[in-house]
Design a protein around this ligand. Structure first.
Ligand SMILES: *Cc1c(COP(=O)(O)O)cnc(C)c1O
Length: 455
């Protein structure tokens, strides 16, 4: 076993291929349905929004897909990312567990999101796209795509959830620094935005509304603009597997293999990015690593949502997919983990959860911030509120090991730093945060709106 604290790979160790778990899924994929006809979508429908190469990746069952050299060249600006052994946290907890974390906060925008943003901008550019539209909640995805569009010389319009636009001005400035145009959603630039404003001029917006606006702009641009999504879709999760492929090599350097892999889930991409290469060894080589997805109690998609067909967005313009969902008109409580407030979940994560290949846990906001503080005060890195959900469960597992005397190897994804989230730390430190439990009535109510599929 290595004594190192940081397990570093060379540039030459950067993965050359992404891993596509669709090759190894133990169950057949559910169809993706057209939001109006409710029939399986055709490539034509998706082709309005996405370049052909990404549509092919979306439905591919090839186990490995080559990463283009141009994409690897940009990845080299920050990859391979370090894997840390959290020795100081272990000592603070007095646990015999070995805790490792993959740190994605070293990317230019401070999270894992550039791993797919760069790939998506590249394939759009290669396919002749000149401009992209997207939405952003807390601003992590918008800033990652703004960075990537600048690299590949694409224009970008970002529909930013209004409440975040007002509360997180520096994320907006970051996007504008890279050259993107940012609008507070709902806007009067789209039919859907106008309809929301007509009902409620002070609407704080939601991710579902912002997605609908960005999709509408691309879909009505006569091919001038395409749309880009930062999570949930198969190709997005696949681009993130560089995280897990590097971590496999780094755990090897450490002379260990994880007993449990933990990640936070919003749409599922950072979790899948770390976990899927390890799940491959579960599915193909008989390994028995536990894989745990952690979500907030305020948006308990995997733990309390239904596994059913639902729309990807509020306006019912995005495709219908089979997933764990809280309903497409879900309006989340104002928790600070902005990246974890989406109503749905990646279809592959949902299917694997349903079949028992992964576990899911929901944790409340206050315990999450307490874990974040303990981490910052032992390891030095201030985590974003999203991965702090994973940290909370890591600490629980480590304390459990202390009680039982076992020595599990725990690996988690520290998918972003919290330097743009200090207002939420301020609120926590000032005693102003509260816990939210998503009400059971709200879930039942939302379930009465999922699409009727007949037959
Ligand atoms: C966007 C984001 C998330 C949530 O998205 P996933 O697709 O579930 O990874 C989590 N953490 C950070 C830091 C993010 O930026």
């Amino acid at each position: 076993m290595s004594e190192s604290v940081r397990l570093q790979l060379d540039e030459s160790d950067l993965p050359t291929q992404w891993y596509n778990i669709n090759a190894d899924m133990p169950m057949p994929p559910a169809p993706v349905l057209h939001p109006q006809t409710k029939e399986p979508v055709t490539p034509d429908f998706l082709g309005v929004l996405f370049p052909m190469e990404l549509i092919q990746q979306e439905v591919s069952t090839e186990r490995y897909i080559d990463i283009p050299e141009e994409v690897r060249d940009i990845y080299k600006l920050w990859r391979p990312t370090p894997l840390h052994r959290a020795r100081r946290l272990e000592r603070a907890l007095g646990t015999p567990a070995h805790i490792y974390y993959k740190y994605e906060g070293v990317s230019p925008t401070g999270s894992h999101k550039p791993n797919t943003a760069v790939a998506q901008a590249y394939y759009n550019r290669a396919g002749g796209t000149k401009a992209l539209t997207t939405e952003t909640g807390a601003g992590q995805w918008g800033s990652a795509l703004a960075f990537a569009c600048n690299v590949f010389d694409l224009d970008l319009e970002v529909y930013m959830v209004k409440i975040s636009y007002e509360q997180k001005p520096y994320r907006r400035v970051m996007m504008e620094t890279y050259g993107a145009r940012v609008f507070a959603s709902p806007t009067d630039r789209t039919q859907f935005g106008k309809s929301i404003l007509a009902q409620d001029p002070d609407s704080p917006g939601s991710l579902g509304i912002a997605i609908s606006e960005a999709v509408e702009v691309a879909a009505t641009s006569n091919g001038a603009k395409k749309y880009s999504l930062g999570s949930v879709l198969n190709h997005v999760l696949m681009h993130q597997t560089v995280i897990g492929e590097e971590a496999l090599k780094q755990m090897d350097l450490a002379g260990e293999y994880p007993d449990v892999v933990i990640g936070c889930v919003g749409g599922g991409s950072n979790f899948a990015g770390l976990a899927y290469p390890f799940l491959r060894h579960n599915l193909r080589d008989g390994k028995r690593t536990r894989v745990v997805a952690v979500e907030p109690t305020a948006a308990p998609t995997l733990t309390r949502g239904a596994y059913t067909f639902d729309y990807g967005d509020t306006a019912q313009m995005a495709p219908i997919v089979k997933m764990h969902t809280l309903g497409h008109d879900f309006v989340p409580a104002p928790i600070h983990a902005g990246g974890l407030r989406y109503h749905g979940m990646a279809p592959s994560v949902s299917a694997l959860r349903d079949a028992g290949h992964i576990e899911a846990i929901a944790v409340p906001q206050l315990a999450t911030f307490a874990a974040a503080l303990q981490f910052a005060r032992s390891e030095g890195i201030i985590p974003a509120p999203e991965p702090s959900h994973a940290i909370k469960v890591v600490i629980d597992e480590a304390l459990e090991a202390k009680a039982t005397g076992e020595e599990p190897v725990i690996l988690f994804n520290l998918c972003g730093h919290g330097h743009f989230d200090l207002a939420s730390y301020e609120a926590y430190l000032g005693g102003k945060l509260v816990d939210y439990e998503y009400p059971a009535e709200a879930i039942q109510q939302a379930m009465s709106h999922v699409p009727e599929l007949g037959g």
